[in-house]
Structures are given as structure tokens and as C-alpha cells.
Design a protein around this ligand. Sequence first.
Ligand SMILES: Cc1ncc(COP(=O)(O)O)c(C=O)c1O
Length: 466
Amino acid sequence: MLHQAHNRFNAQELWQQDHDHVLHPYTHFDSFRANGSLVLVEGEGCYVTDAQGRRYFDGIGGMWCVNAGYGRKEIAEAMAEQALQLCYTTTFVDVTNAPAARLAAKLAGLAPGDLNHVAYATSGSCAVDTAIRLAHYYQSRRGAPARRYVISRKNSYHGSTYLGMTVGLRDGDQSEHFKYIPDLVHHLSAPYPYRRPDGMSLEAFSDALVEEFAQKIAALGPENIACFIAEPAQASGGVCMPPPNYLPRMRELCTRHGILFIADEIVTAFGRLGHMFASEDEFGIVPDIIVCAKGLTSGYIPLSAVIYSDAIHEIISAPDPDAWFTHGYTYAGHPVACAVALKNIEIIEREDLCGNAARVGGYLERRLAELSDLAIVGDVRGRRLMMCVEYVRDKATRARFPDSVNISKRISRACEANGLLVRPIGHLDVLSPPLTMTMADVDFVVDTLKAAIVAVTAELQSEGAF
Ligand SMILES: Cc1ncc(COP(=O)(O)O)c(C=O)c1O
């Protein structure tokens, strides 16, 4: 459907400027050279419009982040008001501003357990860096400076800084052309239930993963391990929900061995799974540290937060005239970003967007399950508004299509032609829509995705690729 936006934008010029001058995150140079970018210029509710005036339902929610939906006047006003009142203060050493102080108190009230302290950062990746530096600092201040190893899981994603890329290990991420930090991070198997060994029950899979962690701790020596970092529900590494009892048992091993548990809730916090934070309310664990970003501001402005426990704070702030926490960012606790976060959280609470995510997400789960019968759909999984479809060439063996087929991108392109954006990642198409999605939106999304899968399957059959 064409929309008025295209009158105000020169679509070709924007495409060309981007093509000639922007290095995109995760560029595949050969396809970018040929196709360039989809230029988006407007957003309203769950919809975005491109420079040519085509309107799409944004099944990606920006990038798992536009939780409150596009075009919120209240958020824009909060932003403008704060920018006029006080556009910036540092929060270094002993200066602060009103929104940073208020937001920290609000986050302390929302976070589980005794997670009552906040270190601000500007992106998910920076928050992950901060959390790991905080873990090292804490371990050292409590008299265990040898504890420096970080335990993480394969196929996880924790950001794109030097440290984030070393910690995460998604299939295909570790390009031989980049460098990584050696001898710091140790990876466990991914909790990827669909690809567990043939014939293994979910319970046995969970046992095996926990046992692997126990053995890793024994092999490295707990006295050398600072922290374990995990997305409670692995997001871009497969939209994997943890197997039964896995997280509480991993938490228990961490507690027993003095290893800090860092929950990367950059995707799951602020409503996507129907709760402000998923760690305790969805998965029954209280971590030592939670990192969040994305839904914290619904993507209106960059901001992230590391929320950590009283127990950590007591150690790191213990009297010592020489102790400085030498870490932080110029824009940590930025007043405009914190004002946006406060307004965004107010909206999520006032409109009960967590409740809507639970209700509409439940319907999305049920309707998407219908796709399981399609010939190339190996698995439909996820929870609430964090879902994906995994494609396979052979359902019995779970064999994937060759990468050259680019299956998820082909299907996402077919969706795009019919007004729906879904996110292709490897052999998956991922859905993480705004939390304002309605039941009618669910029907549109599932019907459009289904039609795209059916059409691409027919094309593959006629090409002899399936
Ligand atoms: C689970 C998780 N952690 C960390 C990050 C990194 O966040 P950012 O891209 O804001 O640096 C992401 C981004 O998608 C993520 O999904």
C-alpha cells in the first residue's frame, strides 16, 4: 500500500547515499553491492513506511526493541522537555541528574531480589562489557583476583564490541578476519532443544548441559572463574527457550562455586515474554546481575543498564581509600535517555503491555504452531512475542538447506512484498513485534508468513532444490 511519506523523501537519492557511504552492521558485501538497503522513513504503532511509500507491519519491532510501538507523542515530548531543561550532565564521580536518579530507583523497584544498584551504559554491548568488568572488579575486591574466566554458551549473542564478540559465539559470527580475546572465555554447549541429540528427552538434555557446566567448573577450577553469562532465552542464536529446570540448576552451581550469574535480558526485559524482567517471573531465577537495553527505551534513544545486587555493592563499595571503580562512559545516565526510559516504562505499566504481550503472544504461539505442518518447517518455537520458524530441507533428519539457498531471506523477501517484515537469521525467520500487537495483527502476520513459505517452497520445488 502506498502512503503519503514518499512525497517528502527522494527514495532514489537516499538509497544511493546509504549505498555509497554507510557501512552497515553485519554487511554481506556482495548482496549489499547489488541490493542496497530498505530505506524506512516513518513509523506509527506497529507499522513502518519506506521512502517509496510502502507500509509494512514491523514483525521485527525494529530490532527486538520498539516495545511500545512507533510514533508515541508522549515519549517525543518527554525527550524534548528534558533536552530543553538540561540536555546533558556527566554522571562521572559525583555528579548526577534527576532522570538518572529517578530511573535507577525505578529499575531497583522492578528488578527481582536485591538487585538495587544501576550502572548505566549506552548499548547492549557496552552494558555486557560493564557487567563483565564489574564481575572482575567484584571478585578482586572480595579477595579473589585470580577469578577472571568468563563462562558463556555457544550460539549466544552478547553484542559486538571486542569483548561481546569474544563472549558470544553464534554460528558464523566469528569471522577469521577479526581478532578475539584469547584465554578469557570458555564456551558451553548451546541449550538448543530442537537440535539436541536424537532420542534424548528434554530432561536428559537439561541434565547433560548442567553436567557439562559442572565439569567445566572442575576443569578450570572455581577459584579462576568470575562469572557465567547467559540470555535466559537465547535470542538471535536460535530463539531457544531453556529446557526444564536448566536455569535454576545453572544458578545453583554458580551460587555454590562463587561464580556470578549475569542474565543478559537485553531482549527479554520490558515485556517481550509478558514480564518486566523474565529471569524470575518466567524462569524462576534471581541472577546477581541483569543487563538490559532495547525495550528500556523502546528504541527511541540508546540506553542500557546493568542492575546488580546489594551483595555485590557491599563488597565493591567497602571502605578503602585507594579503591576507585575506574569504568564508565561519557553518556552513561544521559538525562534525555533516562527521561525517555521513565516515560516508556510508565506507558508499559499504564497500558499493561506485559499483559497484552502475554495474551496476544499466546495467540501468536497457537497460530504459528499451524505452520509446523508445512513441508520445510522443522520447528516453530519461542514464547509470547519472541518467536521463530526454523526451516529444514528434511524434517526427519533436521538437515538444513545449503546456505546458497538463503532460505530465510527468500521467505522474508516474499513477506516484504506483502507488507510484512520478519527477520531472517541463518535458517530462521524471527518475530519480535511491538507489544501493542493485536489479535487481528497476529492473523495477518501468520497468514502472510504462511503464504510466503508456501510460495517459496513451490519455487524451490520447480528449481529442483527441494
Ligand atoms: C541478547 C543480546 N545481548 C546483547 C546485544 C547487544 O546489544 P546492542 O546491539 O545494543 O549493542 C543484543 C543485540 O541484539 C542481544 O540480543
